[in-house]
Design a protein. Structure first.
Length: 362
């Protein structure tokens, strides 16, 4: 497990990937007699370590304090001896090679410049994953809505729908409607980031215990569904899968056939990206973030079921989850495209019900 580190003169914080991982590590260290304290953002605030607008990144549920000096050395060394890797969190300025005698790695960012806490490659669920196209292995707001002027929509012509063609003509700078204007791209980026922030506020409002209880009930509804620890065993296997993103209290239900298989389908989610003109699904006030916008290390658990009837069971499994915990943008099953063609896409889109601005927590 990769554990991130931040320090101040009076504390050493260890950041686990998930709250569940942090609980396990706390118990293991405490049972072994090491000193473990609760994490508090006061020290980092006092030294100006938390960037403006990033206070939500400090999640005490997945951070714990191992103090300083000999106590920190003993705890950090115990984590290393257990097979964990220590890396500096991106908030750590001028990271040294060691802290309290324990070696801490300085990661190389996806741009090739030495940074803090950006993981560029890893072994995840038994398979190697690597950051590509300037993205890290975790979703970030900085790279979420990158400008791309090229349309990703299927080619069409004015003869197919003259009224609509003329209606959207101002979006494009070419006669073929293949290249967007700079102004339209800027507006789409603004809307996408506003929707991103709405979703992040929604995620922060959810309790992990309630999410996990709902997840366990949904998984238990599928006889034979198991937790995946090694994706290599699911290469070429048809079935249902649930990707769990514990940090966001979200899940995604998918189905695949034997020719693709669960391993390849999940890797497609991890390596795929949504272009700028597909980030908003519906409208900015209700759009759900796409599972393809998250990165490999955002997936913290996977459950899977081997079945040749995966597409039949996809929507029944999806409906077992309360909608506030789901990243699926449309219902499951093979017939959803036919249904959309009959009743219209607006009728099948799943929407996120965000609270009104006055109801949102400060």
């Amino acid at each position: 497990m990769i554990l991130e580190i931040t320090t101040t003169p009076r504390e050493t914080l260890v950041w686990a990937p998930t709250a569940q991982d942090a609980d396990q590590l706390r118990r293991e260290l405490t049972d072994a007699g090491f000193l473990v304290m609760d994490a508090d953002p006061w020290e980092l605030n006092a030294f100006g370590r938390i960037p403006e607008g990033e206070h939500a990144e400090f999640d005490p549920a997945r951070i714990f304090n191992v103090e300083i000096g000999a106590e920190a050395n003993a705890s950090l060394q115990a984590l290393v001896d257990s097979g964990h890797r220590l890396v500096w969190h991106r908030w750590q300025p001028r990271p040294p090679r060691k802290v309290w005698g324990a070696t801490v790695s300085v990661q190389r960012s996806s741009t090739g410049i030495t940074g803090t806490g950006t993981v560029n490659s890893a072994v995840h669920f038994g398979i190697p994953v690597r950051a590509t196209r300037g993205l890290s292995l975790r979703m970030t707001r900085d790279t979420y809505a990158r400008i791309s002027k090229r349309s990703s929509l299927p080619r069409w012509s004015r003869e197919m729908d003259p009224d609509f063609w003329d209606l959207v003509d101002e979006r494009y700078e070419d006669d073929d409607h293949r290249t967007y204007t700079d102004a339209w791209c800027q507006e789409m980026q603004t809307q996408a980031l506003a929707n991103f922030d709405l979703n992040m506020t929604h995620f922060a409002s959810l309790e992990h215990e309630a999410f996990d209880a709902a997840l366990q009930r949904a998984v238990a509804s599928q006889r034979g569904m198991v937790e995946v620890t090694d994706l290599r065993k699911w290469d070429g296997v048809a079935g249902l899968y649930v990707m769990v993103l514990d940090e966001y209290r979200q899940a995604y239900v998918g189905a695949t056939n034997e020719s693709t298989g669960i391993l390849k389908r999940i890797k497609q989610h991890w390596t795929g990206t949504k272009p700028l003109d597909r980030l908003i699904w519906g409208d900015p006030q209700t759009s759900i973030l796409s599972i393809d916008s998250f990165r490999a290390l955002d997936t913290t658990r996977i459950f899977a079921l081997k079945t040749a009837r995966s597409f039949v069971g996809e929507n029944p499994l999806l409906e077992q989850f309360p909608p506030e915990y789901m990243l699926n943008r449309i219902p499951g099953g093979r017939d959803v495209a036919k249904l959309a063609a009959i009743v219209g896409v607006d009728k099948v889109i799943k929407r996120r019900e965000f609270p009104a601005p006055d109801d949102q927590p400060s």
